[in-house]
Structure formats: C-alpha cells, structure tokens
Design a protein around this ligand. Structure first.
Ligand SMILES: Cc1cc2nc3c(=O)[nH]c(=O)nc-3n(C[C@H](O)[C@H](O)[C@H](O)COP(=O)(O)OP(=O)(O)OC[C@H]3O[C@@H](n4cnc5c(N)ncnc54)[C@H](O)[C@@H]3O)c2cc1C
Length: 421
C-alpha cells in the first residue's frame, strides 16, 4: 500500500504523521534538515491557545512603518523590490482592520481550543519530551498597554481558556518573584504550558521510528510528481517515492516546493531569534515561570538546566543570516523586567547558543490547511506563524481527518488554501 508522504519534518509535519499513524494510515516523512534551522527548533516552546490573534492587527500599519526604519525593532521589514513580497505586504496591511482581526482570532481560537487535550493525548500515547506546567505569565511596564491587551482577550473567553484577572505588579511579583519593580502589571494563563522544542521534535521522530514509520532526515524533496488532478510521487534523495497522498508541511519553504506546480501560496519567512543560556544567569530569584515581556516582545522560557530568550520578527526573505543588532535587542530585552539581570547578557561564548528560524507567515495571519485547489490528493499544512507549536496537534488531527474522510473538517474552513485563488 502506498503511503501518505509528508514533506517537512517540523512540528506540523510530525504531528500530521503522528495523527495518521494513530489512525492506521501508512505514512512516510521526508525532511531536508538541518533540524536546527527549522522554526520548530528555535521557538519559545509555548503552548498558548489563548493568544489566538493573527499577526495583522488594527494599528499595526503605523507601527510597522515606524519599525521599518529601525533594524533592532521587534518587527523589522526589510524593503525588497520583489513583486511577490510587495503583494504580500499590501495584502498584510489590508488585513490590519478590526473586522478581519476579530474573525481571524475566533477562527484560530476555535481551532486551538483542544490543543492542551491533544498534547495530553500525545503524551499518553507515548511521545516523550520536556514539558512544564507552570502557566504562562505576561508582564507589562505600563497599565495602558496591559488594559489594551487584556481587553483584546475578550473574544476568546467563550472558547473556555482560563485567564487570570488583570493583576497589579505586586500580585504578579508574588506569583513570580524574579520580576523587577518596573513591572506594573500583567496577567497569567494558569493552564497553558511550555515545552522544550527540540525534545518535542526528537520525541515525535523517535515515537514514529520505533513504530516502523519511515522518517527520512537530511533528505530534500526536489519535486512533486503529478498526473492530472493527482500527486503520484515525490522525488527525494535521487529516488522516486510513490505516494497515495502528499502533504506539504515545509513551513516557510512551502512556496518553493509548490512553485513548479504553478501554485502561489503567499508565505513569507518571519525570521525569529532565540538565545539559550546554559546555565541561566545567576539572579537574586531565578526565573520560575515562562514570561512574556510585552514592551520588548520577548518570551523567556526557563527549561531544565537553561533559559531561552526568544522573539523578534524579521521579514527579510528566507535566510538564516544572524543580524547582531537583533540578537543584541533580544539579549537586552530582559533587563527592564527581571531583577538583577546582567547588564551585558552574553551572546557568545561557553554556554550560549544563538539560533534563528523562519516562521511561515501568510498575509492574513491564518494557517493554510487543506487540499490544494485543482488536486484531489495534494494537501498543504503550513502558515502557522507565531503559533505552530500550539496548533501542531490540532493540525495533525485536521489533516488526518481530511485524508481519511476526504472532507475538510469545519474547523479548518477559514484556513482553506483556495482563499488565495
Ligand atoms: C523565535 C520563535 C519563537 C516562537 N515561539 C513559539 C511559541 O512559543 N509557541 C508557538 O506555538 N509557536 C512559536 N513559534 C512558531 C513556531 O515555531 C512555528 O509556527 C512552527 O515551528 C512551524 O512549524 P513547521 O513544521 O510548519 O515549520 P518548520 O519547523 O520550519 O519545519 C519545516 C521543515 O520543512 C523542511 N523542508 C523544507 N524544504 C524541504 C524540502 N524541499 N524537502 C523536505 N523537507 C523540507 C525543513 O527542513 C523543516 O524541517 C515561534 C517561532 C520562532 C521563530
């Protein structure tokens, strides 16, 4: 029996393979590697379905234009005279309005509502990875910013997420004593959690391989063979691999794979950076819970034996160039919020690793999941932007439903690839 071939072995491809395997569907995963360059390795590891807002938000046009001039800003857009990028940018800016923002938030919240339960099910099935259940804490320097963001959580409440009341700086410090007096308030998501990204990828690969699934790493797919409305095989490592169905889950690389099929799915790379400090800097109070620092837009995730700082968004094409000013901005970011944080956070040397990886960004901020227009058995699962870890198990379930029933579940209707024509 020909397998479903999943192209891409980041969290999205692996969770898709997991869900298919659980349904008894033969599956092969092919990943180009190196794994450390994928977004699935670099991220902050937050499973945070409450933060369902798409990236294009009301007010972001003015902010992004201002930040464009500043190469160490949280969102940096490097202007490029590439027609596809210009179309993407215009589409993105058009979506920065309250109506699309609300519709997108509700669609993603509905999709992510089962994320925590699906992660629990994956662990129960035997997938092993490092996970922490300390909640997620959001810290603000100004009450105005806190009030604005807290109000924006209103539409997601009906999906059952547990959100603490808005808290004063002192109440927040009682929960997380590492916070400095400059933090004036915040809120807490008590049930949401964090994990160590590379252990999740390795845990899924090990789970699948132990059960006989063919997971080919460091093998690039260089073509998808089609006949009429059908994908018949993929070409990888100099071989033709026949496929019953092909799922393209190649993150920010997805457009490159689809281009030879004359398919233009608008996905740009939103490069992010992370800095691992192992061990974590010595502080009067060690950081005990994952923290999001609103003003600098950086997530701090304490993990076993280390701490990870992750953030920033750079739209500069698909590359892994490390821009020192952006690494320095991430490194500096913790200083205002954490008591005793070193003035010069090390960004090189023993115990320090800097990573960069591309978030797959659609212009409307929503994932792209479903059959590709014109094909009966060629699916796409990509475009998860800031929420790929959070939405990976739900994506796996949805793609497995799509393949086994032939019909897209209602919850992924807003993510239909056909919306891009
Ligand atoms: C700094 C940062 C922080 C983040 N924090 C969070 C967070 O806290 N929570 C959250 O939910 N999300 C977070 N994200 C987003 C999340 O990491 C991504 O949405 C997610 O990892 C995307 O997964 P993916 O599998 O689609 O893509 P990737 O992880 O990029 O994987 C794509 C894979 O496709 C493979 N590939 C490419 N081309 C080919 C080819 N030709 N043949 C075969 N394979 C190919 C690549 O090798 C790669 O392994 C963060 C991202 C970044 C960068």
């Amino acid at each position: 029996m020909k397998p479903v071939v999943v192209v891409g072995g980041g969290v999205i491809g692996l969770c898709t393979a997991f869900a298919l395997h659980q349904r008894g569907v033969p599956v092969t995963v092919i990943d180009a590697g190196p794994a450390e360059q994928a977004a699935s390795h670099v991220n902050a590891g937050w499973v945070v379905p409450t933060l369902a807002e798409p990236v294009p938000a009301p007010g972001l046009i003015a902010t992004s234009l201002r930040w464009m001039m500043q190469s160490d800003s949280p969102l940096y857009i490097r202007p490029r005279l590439d027609p596809a990028f210009l179309r993407w940018t215009l589409h993105f800016w058009r979506r920065c309005n309250p109506r699309d923002f609300l519709a997108g938030t509700e669609a993603v919240a509905a999709f992510g509502a089962r994320s925590l339960a699906l992660y629990d099910a994956m662990r129960e099935a035997g997938v092993r990875y490092e996970e922490h259940h300390d909640g997620l804490l959001f810290a603000y320097r100004t009450m105005r910013a806190l009030e604005h963001d807290y109000e924006a959580l209103e539409p997601v409440r009906r999906f059952g997420f547990e959100i603490s009341p808005a808290m004063s700086g002192d109440d927040l410090r009682a929960l997380e004593p590492s916070l400095a007096a400059t933090v004036s308030g915040g809120y807490w998501l008590p049930r949401e959690r964090s994990l160590r990204p590379d252990t999740l990828v390795r845990g899924l690969v090990a789970f699948l391989q132990e059960r006989g699934v063919d997971v080919r790493q460091d093998t690039a797919v260089c073509g998808i063979e089609t006949t009429g409305k059908k994908a018949t095989a993929v070409i990888a490592g100099g071989r033709r691999i026949p496929a019953a169905t092909v799922v393209v889950a190649a993150g920010a690389w997805t457009p490159r794979l689809l281009k030879p099929l004359q398919m233009q799915i608008p996905i740009e790379a939103g490069k992010g950076y992370s800095i691992d400090l192992a061990p974590a800097p010595a502080l009067p109070q060690p950081v005990g819970r994952p923290l999001y620092l609103h003003e600098t837009r950086v997530a701090i995730t304490p993990l076993d034996g280390m701490i990870r700082l992750a953030g920033t968004m750079e739209l500069s094409g698909l590359n892994h160039d490390i821009r020192p000013e952006r690494v320095a901005a991430v490194a500096r970011s913790a200083g205002w919020a954490i008591r005793g944080w070193p003035e010069q956070t090390p960004i090189s040397g023993a115990g320090v690793r800097v990573w960069t990886g591309p978030r797959p960004m659609t212009p409307d901020g929503l994932p792209v999941i479903g059959w590709l227009p014109g094909y009966e058995n060629l699916a796409i699962a990509s475009g998860h932007a800031m929420l790929g870890v959070t939405l990976a198990p739900a994506t796996g379930e949805a793609v497995a439903d799509l393949i086994t029933s032939g019909r897209a579940p209602d919850v992924i209707a807003p993510f239909n690839p056909a919306r891009f024509g």
